[in-house]
Design a protein around this ligand. Structure first.
Ligand code: NIG
Ligand code: FE
Length: 411
């Protein structure tokens, strides 16, 4: 099956094979071709270039992209889209003055979602999660990482990871699964942290590994949640089962967690609303990708990740949604990119790099996703007619996507 896109007004994020991520000043560059063609064979990008070099072939399908921009589909490297029910009441409670922490201390927050998750059947959870996944695909997401972490019990965590596996089997979008048993301490382990971590390490992990249910391991490294030492134990145990770490850290407080994650060769450190100079130092020259989640900052009114300071220090940065029922009930990567520009002062070029190639790196898939590169997956966004790609963040509330292609097929 050959698909030919012609007259593309601008083809963004064209890269040679071999690029895995962009860092610091490189993030300001977004290579493109104006007036371009792109040829797709089955699910892969076969060729692209200026229109004057467009091959004269009879493709099975031709899409005239006049006036439209084409770019790689978003790579959303941090989500919790598998959950049951919602937390709208907590949203209203926060409007009325309660903080995220106060709600959690009352047994709301993650424990509220865990109660709902454990009460729901695998089929119910699958149905709700599938809907969310299909919605984000239509909004341009072509690869997504999904975490467990609302089970907090052996059965609950396995149930979530099986739902993720089923989502993966039934959708063309690339999916990576992350085991987040260490999301919160269930109330019965409130005074027995070691007991819960033993359960994660001795029971959950071996079962998950034997069913091959996860690609990565995560923990909520935060004051009042998992300490640096507890998270280190989880990262070490994960590594024994071949699971690289992707860690929630520095959302509310900086407690030297980032250095510990870098030491344990974490693929990513995510959130980073609070970042110290020492944290930046720890990330310098590391392979660990920092990931910012601006929709979370927006929704619960906490600081935004200091992107300018990090990029100025030469660091890379990825952007993701954090789609979850508590802190970010939105999986819209277009909003994430716009908010990164508007609130974090990232340029559109930087934000698009952060949401494509660096997002792919943050899921370990930048050899197949995240750029317009021959041989990579034909996961693409075709915009509506626009004057320049700057309109994408500028018209932050509009849907400027006309079509999304995943594995070469229109979603
Ligand atoms: O990334 N911070 C930890 N975990 C999620 C929120 C979980 C929840 O409130 O349900 C986050 O923001
Ligand atoms: Fe999260």
């Amino acid at each position: 099956m050959l698909t030919l896109l012609t007259n593309i007004s601008e083809l963004l994020q064209i890269r040679d094979n071999g690029i895995r991520k962009v860092s610091g000043a490189e993030m300001a560059e977004l290579p493109s071709i104006k007036s371009a063609f792109l040829l797709i064979e089955n699910d892969l990008i076969k060729d692209f270039g200026p229109m004057e070099n467009c091959p004269s072939i009879q493709p099975d399908r031709k899409i005239n992209c006049e006036g439209r921009t084409v770019l790689p589909a978003w790579c959303d490297s941090h989500t919790h889209i598998v959950y049951a029910g919602n937390r709208v009441q907590e949203f209203v409670d926060r409007i009325n003055g309660l903080s995220y922490e106060e709600i959690a201390n009352r047994g709301g927050g993650i424990l509220n979602s865990a109660k709902k998750l454990n009460a729901a059947s695998e089929e119910e959870i699958y149905g709700q999660s599938k809907k969310r996944l299909e919605e984000v695909m239509k909004m341009g997401t072509g690869a997504v990482e999904i975490k467990s972490g609302y089970g907090l019990s052996v059965e609950g965590e396995l149930k979530m990871l099986r739902v993720i596996r089923k989502l993966k089997e039934n959708h063309p979008v690339a999916i990576k699964a992350t085991f987040l048993g260490a999301h919160a301490f269930p109330s019965e382990f409130k005074e027995n942290h070691k007991g819960y971590i033993d359960l994660i390490v001795d029971e959950m992990l071996p079962k998950i590994a034997s069913e091959n249910l996860a690609d990565y391991i995560d923990a909520f490294l935060e004051t009042g949640y998992f300490s640096v030492e507890e998270t280190e134990r989880i990262m070490e145990a994960g590594a024994r089962f071949g699971l690289t770490a992707k860690i929630h850290v520095n959302q509310f407080t900086a407690i030297d967690g980032i250095a510990a994650c870098v030491k344990h060769k974490a693929l990513t450190v995510d959130h980073l609303e609070i970042v110290t100079d020492e944290d930046i130092e720890a990330l310098r020259n590391a392979d660990t990708m920092p990931v910012a989640l601006p929709s979370c900052s927006y929704f619960i009114s906490i600081p935004y990740t200091p992107a300018r300071k990090m990029i100025a220090a030469g660091l890379p940065l990825a952007l993701a949604t954090d789609y979850n029922p508590g802190t970010t009930p939105s999986g819209n990567m277009n909003f994430v990119v716009a908010t990164a520009c508007i609130k974090m002062k990232m340029t559109p070029e930087e934000a698009i790099n952060a949401a494509t190639i660096n997002g792919a790196y943050a899921m370990g898939i930048s050899d197949t996703h995240g750029s317009i590169t021959i041989g990579k997956k034909a996961n693409l966004i075709i915009t509506k007619p626009i004057t320049s790609f700057y309109e994408l963040p500028y018209k932050f509330g509009d849907n400027l996507i006309e079509d999304v292609l995943i594995d070469g097929e229109i979603v």
